[in-house]
Design a protein. Structure first.
Length: 187
């Protein structure tokens, strides 16, 4: 929690600037909230910076985002490129809903399709970054991401978390793996 608080303080000027630019570009809220599933299947409100036009979930691909998705605003493309839209997840860490490292939280619709083995993914708090994110992110099919998350659950350690954080920093510089190649790979 101390790390998330420190990161929030450090990034607050960037968050303020992003909020101003989001408001200048389009109407609608600065923050996007979505119900996600956390540890032990507990629902929570995930906080992000809004990167799409208001009402985007009811347009086009719905909750799925494709490369070049026209619902993404110009500011949103930049925020997504550097994963800055995820900075408000630090509030979720402070509230205890998330960890810095762990499987990314998903929506109930996806959790409802889990096998018994895949439900092991819910044994840990979801994270801002995780093993699947540093090994392909959304360029992987859904079953591949789940398998990587399960591997993390079975092998988690402080050493592995540090490795994930280092790889995350490197990925933020490249922007690799930000978008799904397919709407519902594996579903």
């Amino acid at each position: 929690m101390a790390l998330s608080a420190a990161l929030l303080v450090i990034t607050s000027p960037l968050l303020a600037l992003a909020a101003i630019v989001i408001r200048l570009e389009s109407r609608g809220p600065v923050f996007y909230r979505q119900l996600r599933v956390g540890r032990a299947g507990e629902p929570f409100q995930l906080w992000k910076l809004r990167t799409m036009v208001p009402g985007a979930e009811s347009m086009g691909a719905g909750i799925y985002v494709l490369e070049g998705d026209p619902r993404i605003t110009r500011t949103g493309r930049l925020l997504r490129r550097f994963s800055l839209d995820e900075l408000p997840n630090l509030v979720n860490v402070l509230k205890g809903d998330m960890a810095i490292v762990g499987p990314r939280p998903t929506v109930q619709e996806q959790v409802d399709r889990y096998t018994d083995r895949q439900r092991r993914r819910l044994e840990v708090k979801p994270g801002i970054t995780g093993w699947a994110q540093v090994n392909g992110r959304t360029s992987l099919s859904w079953p591949e991401r789940i398998e990587l998350d399960l591997w993390y659950v079975e092998h988690r350690s402080i050493r592995l978390d540090i490795r994930i954080l280092m790889k995350t920093a490197r990925m933020l510089a490249t922007g690799h793996g930000l978008y799904s190649e397919d709407l519902k790979q594996g579903w």
